[in-house]
Ligand binder design. Structure first.
Ligand SMILES: NC(=O)c1ccc[n+]([C@@H]2O[C@H](COP(=O)([O-])OP(=O)(O)OC[C@H]3O[C@@H](n4cnc5c(N)ncnc54)[C@H](OP(=O)(O)O)[C@@H]3O)[C@@H](O)[C@H]2O)c1
Length: 172
């Protein structure tokens, strides 16, 4: 779903993981402020509902299916906005997962998922938007870390590790 061209005084704001929670709430703010939001996540049914709701309220929104663990898919998501609107002003790098368990439970598949989504996914987002932002000398990447980037919980050791890494990355 797309919208007509966006006036230059409006920001083009991409939000990953916009189908629920913090990403959904985050997307509502720039939309309500008159900016154009591009919503990404895997659950497109939820994105479609949110886009419909925002559009019905007179806001500017579109959505696209996105799996942040797929670098090519993240590039395609990010390239769509400049193709349609000429630029990306903000990337909200929000998509994340937090399955909880002690390390001794050895849920290695969940560890890998957290690294793939919370860390690699954030890096894929940066890689997809940074070149065009540097070229334009304009743009912001907002990485959603957590208080878990500052303290370790025994039920969330790998989650905290990913968020520490996101925090380190965001300090550059
Ligand atoms: N909740 C908290 O207390 C809290 C506190 C601090 C930081 N955070 C961080 O805030 C962010 C959002 O968390 P939340 O609490 O709002 O959780 P949530 O409601 O479960 O939302 C997570 C979002 O991430 C998306 N997502 C998961 N895997 C994805 C993938 N492979 N590709 C694309 N999108 C994916 C989900 O969409 P789909 O499933 O539709 O793909 C969903 O939209 C996370 O980075 C989390 O670590 C949360």
């Amino acid at each position: 779903m797309t919208t007509p061209s966006i006036p230059s005084d409006r920001k083009i704001v991409l939000v990953t993981g916009a189908s629920s929670g913090i990403g959904e709430a985050t997307a509502r703010h720039p939309a309500a402020a008159g900016h154009h939001v591009v919503l990404g996540a895997r659950r497109t049914d939820r994105l479609a509902l949110l886009t419909k709701e925002l559009s019905a309220a007179g806001h500017s929104a579109e959505y696209a299916e996105l799996d942040v663990t797929d670098p090519a898919g993240v590039h395609a998501f990010a390239e769509g906005a400049p193709a349609r609107h000429g630029r990306i002003d903000v990337l909200g790098n929000n998509a994340g997962v937090m399955p909880l368990a002690p390390l001794a439970a050895l849920r290695v598949a969940e560890w890998d998922q957290m690294i793939d989504v919370n860390l690699r996914g954030v890096l894929h987002g940066i890689a997809a938007v940074l070149p065009s932002m540097l070229e334009r000398r304009s743009g912001h990447v907002v990485n959603i870390a957590s208080t878990a980037a500052h303290r370790v919980d025994p039920m969330a050791a790998v989650y905290c590790a990913t968020k520490y890494a996101v925090g380190a990355r965001s300090s550059c």
